[in-house]
Design a protein around this ligand. Structure first.
Ligand SMILES: [Zn+2]
Length: 157
């Protein structure tokens, strides 16, 4: 029952994009960032990342053609069939949520101070990436995850 509730919660949140307890603020030299407005416990899903699904090669080509793009607007990963893929979220809104902010694409990178980690989740036959807290998070902390390096194979999440 716990597992069922967890997945139905995540599915409804991905569909409705009503993630609670987050806000967007300017971060010096990084543009925008995502901050907490409430405490989160270790292991909670804080928000997710989705967008246009493209191959890793296509993602790298987009990255190469737009050197000024925020690297967080592309997310490289391996899907359940072990194919190297990329979620392209460089558009401000996705087609399925034209009026919503997709918090995941505004989260900044940190390899050393990451406080959330990505995890692959299949939602309506579509890959989305959930962000899960690595530890308890206080109010007004910036969320950060390790983007990894696009030029090495992305680990299977
Ligand atoms: Zn959407």
């Amino acid at each position: 029952i716990y597992i069922f509730s967890f997945f139905s919660f995540v599915r409804s949140m991905v569909t409705a994009q009503r993630w609670k307890g987050l806000t967007i603020k300017d971060v010096p030299e990084k543009g925008r960032g995502v901050f907490t407005k409430r405490r989160f416990e270790q292991g909670e899903v804080v928000c997710e990342y989705h967008g246009r699904l493209v191959s890793r090669e296509e993602g790298l080509a987009i990255h190469a053609s737009s050197p000024d793009m925020n690297p967080g607007h592309l997310l490289f990963y391996k899907n359940k069939r072990n194919e190297a893929m990329c979620i392209d979220a460089h558009e401000e809104s996705c087609q399925c949520h034209p009026l919503s902010i997709i918090y995941g694409r505004l989260i900044n990178h940190s390899s050393k101070r990451a406080n959330i980690r990505p995890r692959l989740f299949i939602h309506n036959d579509r890959d989305v990436i959930l962000f899960i807290t690595l530890r308890d998070i206080l109010v007004n902390e910036e969320l950060r995850y390790d983007y990894g390096i696009p030029h090495v194979p992305w680990p299977t999440l």
